[in-house]
Design a protein around this ligand. Structure first.
Ligand SMILES: Cc1cc2nc3c(=O)[nH]c(=O)nc-3n(C[C@H](O)[C@H](O)[C@H](O)COP(=O)(O)O)c2cc1C
Length: 352
């Protein structure tokens, strides 16, 4: 069987133009990352996980995660928490902010989250997990989706028991990252579980974990019956991976293309977070963009030592002078998109 990665699919009424979903990644999935993902061929993009408690308390930084640009759609905003009523209220805010889908996080393995009863812990609490999905589905009119891991312990098959119950409670799609919470990112994602889950439920299943190439993406779709693949780490500083998976021409980027894309990303991120926050946020991206043998290791390290974004840009252009021309073209084609206006304090728009 052949799978066309550029074909349309749906989650409820939401039409998604390709089978590639850009993964939600905390500390990565800012608006600039999501817009770039859409431009390179992702059919659906996701915010990083947003704390429902932060939304409840109108925490400025948390509210900032709800800024959505007009060219991001379709877009899911992911929320996490353990209280059904608070999650329902957070979901209403997410819908009001303009998200096409509300995604619920039942996969985060990080202690800071699990110790509050949220994230992957909910895999072992089916009563609470279904209550959350039910409350959120009742609260909003957009489809509600869930992203989960296989279970807490290695070898766990909890997702197969819980998945159908989440669908019965109102989930319109399930994304499975078939590693245990204990595994974090060790070992391989076991997509035989994704196949079993897709057999059990009659909503679209999305396969997340270790999708790094078009060949692998197609193999996973064929093997599992999933509707789409999710791409996470492979797309960090590497939107060209999405282009390759989508089957678009272009191949490996030149040094100039890499620098032009990175500088565009830097400028967009500064616009979004403000220069002070963006300066530290961006450091990990230098390694991601300039790695993969594209630039010497020492050059990446030098960039992370610089305190001003202007200096980073200067060094990048010195290393790839023709990138300035490419950047001008990119900026012309890719003007900042209008943001969805939120009824929030003005300071948020300055980066919070
Ligand atoms: C830095 C980082 C942050 C992540 N943050 C989230 C998150 O906020 N919500 C979530 O559901 N998954 C999160 N994940 C998991 C990814 O969405 C994805 O399921 C996982 O990385 C496996 O896919 P990959 O092999 O394509 O990276 C995160 C992963 C990474 C590496």
């Amino acid at each position: 069987m052949q799978v066309d990665l550029s074909s349309t699919w749906r989650i409820g009424p939401v039409e998604i133009p390709s089978r590639i979903v850009l993964a939600p990644m905390a500390g990565v999935s800012v608006q600039a990352f999501r817009r770039q993902g859409r431009r390179f061929g992702a059919g659906l993009v996701c915010s990083e996980m947003v704390s429902c408690a932060g939304l409840e308390h109108r925490n400025e930084r948390t509210l900032g995660y709800l800024r959505i640009a007009s060219d991001e759609h379709p877009l899911a905003v992911q929320i996490f928490g353990s209280n059904p009523a608070t999650m329902a209220e957070a979901a209403r805010m997410v819908e009001d902010a303009g998200a096409d889908l509300v995604d619920i996080n039942f996969g985060c393995p990080v202690k800071k989250v699990t110790k509050t009863g949220a994230g992957a812990t909910l895999l072992e609490e089916p009563g609470r997990a279904t209550a959350i999905v039910g409350a959120v589905a009742d609260a909003v009119s957009v489809p509600v989706t869930v992203k989960m891991r296989r279970g807490l312990e290695n070898g766990s098959r909890t997702c197969l028991d819980l998945g159908p119950r989440l669908v019965a409670a109102g989930a319109a799609s399930l994304t499975l990252h078939p590693r245990s919470a204990k595994q974090m990112y060790m070992g391989e994602a076991d997509h035989s579980l994704t196949a079993e889950l897709a057999e059990l439920v009659d909503v679209p299943v999305v396969a997340s974990g270790d999708i790094t190439s078009r060949a692998h993406a197609r193999a996973v779709l064929v093997r599992t019956g999933a509707e789409a693949v999710m791409v996470g780490r492979a797309a960090q500083g590497n939107p060209w991976a999405i282009r390759e998976i989508a089957g678009e021409p272009g191949g490996e980027p030149s040094r100039e293309e890499v620098v032009a894309e990175l500088v565009l990303f830097i400028r967009e991120t500064v616009r979004e977070l403000g220069e002070r926050r963006a300066t530290s946020f961006l450091k990990k991206f230098y390694g991601w963009y300039l790695g993969r043998g594209r630039f010497p290791r020492q050059f990446k390290q030098e960039l992370t030592q610089l305190e001003r974004i202007g200096e980073v840009e200067e060094r990048l252009f010195a290393a790839a002078p023709r990138a300035a021309f490419l950047l001008t073209r990119l900026e012309q084609d890719y003007a900042p998109a209008a943001e969805v206006e939120l009824d929030l304090p003005i300071s948020i728009y300055g980066g919070g």
